[in-house]
Structures are given as structure tokens and as C-alpha cells.
Write a protein that binds this ligand. Structure first.
Ligand code: R5P
Length: 305
């Protein structure tokens, strides 16, 4: 089935698209692209789409806004070039953290973006480890959130993070499910950090809800490392509670500003991120989720045709 798709990518998805095409043994059309003098994006497919389904790949960092426009234009171009249906693979999806109106007058940004992509011709939507799975309901067609935990577990095995002295911890309650899925593949314990306030001093600490971290090797797992603030704070708390070593694994490594320095000064021993973001800073381990995305293509093809 997967051989009936053509993979299409412009600059924002090319690295991921090449590996995806290899895994699926599918043809790859590399879009020509340029930026007009006034800043507008131009793309062109240099050949027809000879399969029923086009799989447009666009990862949305860096250059989120340009990547969204590129994905829309590639979806529209794919239809014009012969595709009957278009699947968008956005390995990292932008705007997912503005998933509600925190203040009056704000947009639900992820809703606006998903609807715009659908209107431009995207029939089916695949992403990896979206910030909140509920956001997929904002896409008006079939959608799929690829779970990265098998790839995270493989990575942790490869660096020797297995055994009774390993604990997988989500830095907040929202990260608990991911920690649990990774831990179940490794046979380790898991937990999340809960906020505790000392009723006398008012001091706030974050500590695992139930699991003891004293003398343990702790893996913090989260969907995104952006500024590094969340992981750095969590690592400090865990060391204060006696953790022997703390490492961090995220799905999407944005590493903005001085994130890595923050992590290193919080004594995070090792940092890893997946290939949903094409270029990671030096010193960050990279593991791949392309195989997991490839496995999801057939499912989506059946839903869009
Ligand atoms: C928050 O809900 C997310 O799951 C991440 O924990 C957060 O986006 C990480 O951001 P930063 O690295 O800037 O603390």
C-alpha cells in the first residue's frame, strides 16, 4: 500500500522526507522553492504525482510560519499535479501550545492553523507527539498522533538506561502518559512531578508523586524542550531529593536561546531529541521516529481515499 504514495517536500521537510521515502520505498518529489523579493513563498513540483496519494512532509521548526505556508502551497500543488488525496506529515507541529484561550481575546491558534491546512487541500493529518492529543479534534479530517515512546525506549536501551535503578519521570502531570508508555517498554518504574507547598513556609517544591528517586538514575521525558526551563527546574529538584543522575529525553528539541547551558548548569548529564527537528545542537543525541511515522502511512491512506 505504501508504495502507492509519493512523498513531497520543500525545504522544511526534506531531511525527514528523504528517510521516509527510503523506508516506504516510495518516490520523492523535491519541490523547487524560492522566496519572492517581497517575502512571499514560491514552490513548484517539477514532476506529476503518479500515485493517488501525495504525502507532503513539512516540519514546523525552525521557521514555523513559513513552514505552514509551504505545507499549504505543497498540498494545493499536489492536487494540481494529479494527486487525488493529500496527507500532511508534520513531524513537529507548531502552535500546539496555544490550544485554548488563556486570556479573553486570544485565538485557539492550533485550531486556526489546522483548519487552514485542511482548507488548502490536506485531507489527512499525521504528527508526532502533539502537545495535547485533544487538539487533533480541530482538524476537520482524519488525523493521527504518532507515539514516540518505542523509539525513546530503544534509545534508552542503547545507552544502558534499563534496570531497577532507573525511573522515568514526566516533569508535569501532562507528561505522565508518555513516561508510563516508555517505562512499560523498559520494565522500569515511572512517575510525574507534583507541586507541593509547605503550609508553614509557603515554599513550593516539585517531587515525584509516589516514587522515591534517592540513589536512582532518572530520565525526564517531555514532549518539547524549548528554553530548557522546565527540565532544568525539574532536574534541580530531583538532585535535591537524592537522584544519582538525571538525563533528559524529549521528542521535539527546539533548544531556543541558551537552553543547553541551562540544562548543563542543572547537571543534566545527557540530552536527547528525535529527528522531528532536522538540526539539533552539538552534544544532543538524536534518535529517529521516521520508522514509526512510516508505519502510520497505510492507516491514513485507507482513510483519505
Ligand atoms: C509544557 O507544557 C510542555 O510540555 C513543555 O514542558 C514545555 O513546552 C517546555 O518548555 P521549556 O523548555 O521552555 O520549559
Amino acid at each position: 500500500m505504501a508504495k502507492e504514495v509519493t512523498i513531497i517536500a520543500g525545504p522544511h521537510g526534506l531531511d525527514f522526507a528523504k528517510t521516509l521515502a527510503e523506508k516506504l520505498q516510495a518516490p520523492l518529489i523535491r519541490a523547487e522553492s524560492k522566496v519572492f523579493p517581497d517575502g512571499e513563498t514560491y514552490v513548484r513540483l517539477p514532476s506529476r504525482v503518479e500515485t493517488a496519494v501525495a504525502v507532503v512532509v513539512a516540519t514546523m521548526y525552525p521557521g514555523q510560519n513559513d513552514a505552514i505556508v509551504e505545507a499549504m502551497l505543497l498540498a494545493e500543488a499536489s492536487r494540481g499535479a494529479g494527486a487525488k488525496a493529500v496527507i500532511l506529515v508534520a513531524p513537529y507541529m507548531a502552535y500546539t501550545r496555544q490550544d485554548r484561550r488563556f486570556l479573553d481575546g486570544e485565538p485557539i491558534s492550533i485550531r486556526a492553523v489546522l483548519k487552514a491546512l485542511h482548507a488548502a487541500g490536506v485531507d489527512g493529518f499525521i504528527t508526532v507527539d502533539i502537545h495535547k492529543e485533544a487538539s487533533l479534534a480541530d482538524f476537520p479530517g482524519p488525523s493521527l498522533n504518532v507515539d514516540p515512546s518505542p523509539a525513546i525506549a530503544e534509545y534508552l536501551k542503547s545507552i544502558g538506561y534499563t534496570g531497577d535503578d532507573v525511573v522515568i519521570i514526566g516533569p508535569d502531570k501532562g507528561a505522565l502518559g508518555r513516561a508510563e508508555r516508555v517505562a512499560s517498554k523498559l520494565g522500569t518504574s515511572h512517575d510525574y512531578l507534583e507541586k507541593f507547598r509547605d503550609r508553614v513556609t509557603g515554599e513550593v517544591t516539585y517531587r515525584p508523586k509516589t516514587v522515591e528517586v534517592k540513589g536512582k538514575r532518572v530520565v525526564l521525558v517531555d514532549d518539547i524542550i524549548s528554553t530548557g526551563g522546565t527540565i532544568a527546574k525539574a532536574a534541580r529538584m530531583l538532585y535535591e531529593q537524592g537522584a544519582k543522575e538525571v538525563v533528559a529525553v524529549c521528542t521535539h528539541g527546539l533548544f531556543v536561546s541558551n537552553a543547553l547551558e541551562k540544562l548543563s548548569s542543572a547537571k543534566v548529564k545527557r540530552v536527547a531529541a528525535s529527528d522531528t527537528i532536522p538540526r539539533l545542537p552539538e552534544g544532543v543525541d538524536k534518535y529517529s521516529v521516521v520508522g514509526l511515522v512510516a508505519d502510520s502511512i497505510d492507516y491514513m491512506v485507507k482513510r483519505v481515499l
